[in-house]
Design a protein. Structure first.
Length: 565
């Protein structure tokens, strides 16, 4: 029997001090009648956890071992931010509130979240080859309605080592075989302050009186926690006395009672309404293969291959709702949606019109681009579907070579499929700063020009109009079709060379071991997406797949020395 009690905080501070010259961005922020401006932002975040764990283990019988755990956790989160800014100061170079020529705009926000949890598990292992475990957790959240803010979620899992239960299965080829299965339910609460629509204060006075404005979102006083159910089955196998192994897992997850905002008619007085509905499904499998192709006295080669495939689908939303906008592009020409019946993260944007039917009028074939009299692609009147951010599969390949005290390793990352829209290329082509815009001006700015392959929408004959590169690329603006890309990539994520000093040499440094390593990361990228790193169009938030001026992964080189006393 053992027990542990621990308490600690993760603390984060972020201070921004922005000082603007009078000519900053042609007066986009500051009032040019004054001597500049400033903006000060101060963020503070603290998550404090106190946790008690009690563990017990006992051999109930010679062939049965029971393990149990009981615990509790108190989590306290707080976030505060304050802002002070003005668009005009009296004396140049003095960025202080006392020097503000224009009344400063003040902002203040505070957020609190409390979570009280109790949890436990019990597991039993029979004859060291069959294990069954059950867990349970109950959370009480401050962000859900009082009286309905307690929710319980359990899980059950088991594993069975066949080669231990039936030793005759072991051979020169099969050295280990284990089966496993699990079922789990997981709960999730809401963000703070989602139960009631409240008034927010405005720092600007009206006739000396304070102003308040009602929020644009109609919130939900009867929120329920989100619940995710998942099942998983797996197999682990070892071959050739550990020279090869495979770990395969298949899973299915379904999330219900999702918490999200949906647009409503402005006549209600609100822009969005918070709902507790919907269902999303994820199904897929993952595989991990380890192989040691060469194992000699002084030389070893080990390779690891992993592969994952996930199929995502928005099964249903709320009644009468078939899509939710997760985020909009900079110019309103593209957005990312959760669309019923499609994968999560559907990219919708304006595109081009094509020949859709054989009417006998067109000389072209079905699917050919329609072109205007001026020689430009014809834009669609409504947004069209450009694919989902979800990849077809992801994987990686790692190889490590060891010779005596030296080692060399290489790691490749692979993403296949999924779509992204790049504003870097979109705006870059419009302004003519990208290499791709040299098309049509190889000789001079208007020579040889561009003839867009397609069918004239009015005459039905092949387009023959020649336009300049400038006209062509600027007329593409408004349609994102040419800057929506396949986000596939292959990356050389890491190269590493290491050397371990001999024990005799390490002892001269008063150490038992000394290791030296040279490492390079993100050294090579292969992708069909021009000018950007496609990996940076994805993040942990909901609004993904839209890229604008993201810096690529930094290519880095490192040198490390590890000394073991």
């Amino acid at each position: 029997l053992s027990a542990s009690l621990r308490s600690g905080s993760d603390i984060f501070r972020y201070n921004i001090d922005q000082r603007f010259d009078p000519a900053f961005l042609n007066g986009a922020f500051v009032n040019q009648s004054y001597q500049g401006g400033f903006s000060f932002i101060n963020d503070y975040r603290n998550e404090h956890n106190t946790e008690l764990l009690i563990n017990a283990s006992n051999n109930v019988m010679d062939n049965l071992v029971l393990n149990a755990m009981l615990g509790g956790n108190l989590r306290r989160e707080q976030f505060t931010t304050t802002t002070t800014q003005t668009t005009g100061i009296s004396v140049a170079g003095i960025y202080n509130v006392s020097n503000a020529a224009i009344t400063p705009t003040l902002g203040q926000f505070a957020s609190r979240r409390n979570m009280n949890s109790v949890f436990g598990s019990i597991s039993g292992t029979f004859n060291n080859y069959w294990t069954v475990e059950a867990t349970g957790r109950n959370d009480v959240s401050s962000t859900l309605p009082k009286g309905d803010n307690s929710y319980f979620y359990p899980s059950v899992n088991t594993s069975f080592v066949l080669t231990d239960a039936v030793p005759s299965l072991q051979s020169g080829y099969l050295s280990f075989l284990k089966l496993r299965a699990s079922w789990a339910e997981v709960g999730n609460d809401a963000d703070p302050y989602q139960l009631a629509t409240t008034f927010a204060g405005n720092p600007n006075k009206f006739g000396g009186r304070p102003q308040f404005t009602l929020g644009n979102n109609l919130l939900e006083p009867n929120l329920k926690p989100e619940i995710t159910n998942s099942t998983e089955f797996g197999v682990e196998a070892g071959f050739l006395d550990g020279r090869a192994s495979i770990d395969f897992t298949t899973y299915s997850k379904e999330t219900r009672n999702q918490i999200y905002l949906v647009p409503v008619s402005p006549t209600t007085g609100y822009a969005n309404k918070l709902l507790n509905a919907g269902k999303m499904q994820n199904k897929g499998f993952e595989a991990l293969l380890n192989v040691t192709p060469v194992q000699l006295t002084n030389f070893t080669w080990t390779t690891t291959l992993n592969y994952g495939q996930n199929r995502n689908k928005v099964v249903e939303l709320s009644q009468g709702v078939d899509r939710i906008i997760l985020g909009n592009g900079l110019f309103g020409d593209v957005r990312v949606e959760a669309t019923q019946g499609q994968p999560y993260g559907a990219i919708w944007g304006y595109g081009f019109k094509y020949v859709e039917a054989d009417t006998g009028i067109y000389a072209g074939k079905l699917g050919q681009l329609l072109v205007s009299n001026g020689g430009h692609p014809v834009h669609t009147d409504t947004m069209v579907y450009h694919g989902s951010i979800q990849p077809k599969w992801t994987g990686g390949l790692s190889n490590t070579f060891t010779y005596k005290n030296m080692s060399f390793g290489a790691l490749l990352d692979v993403r296949q499929g999924g779509r992204l829209m790049s504003y870097t290329n979109y705006v870059g082509e419009y302004s003519g700063v990208l290499e791709s815009t040299l098309k049509g001006r190889e000789v001079d700015w208007d020579n040889p020009g561009i003839v867009v392959p397609g069918i004239n929408i009015n005459t039905g004959v092949a387009n023959a109009a020649n336009v300049t590169a400038e006209d062509y690329f600027q007329n593409l603006f408004g349609s994102v079709e040419t800057t929506v890309y396949d986000a596939s990539y292959i990356k050389l994520r890491e190269l590493r060379f290491g050397y371990d000093l001999s024990r005799n040499l390490a002892s001269k440094f008063k150490a038992s071991a000394v290791s030296i390593a040279l490492t390079g990361r993100n050294l090579w990228l292969k992708t069909d997406v021009p000018n950007i790193d496609p990996e940076f169009a994805y993040s942990s938030g909901n609004f993904q797949g839209i890229e604008y001026a993201f810096p690529g992964n930094t290519r880095s080189f490192g040198f490390s020395v590890r000394v073991t006393p």
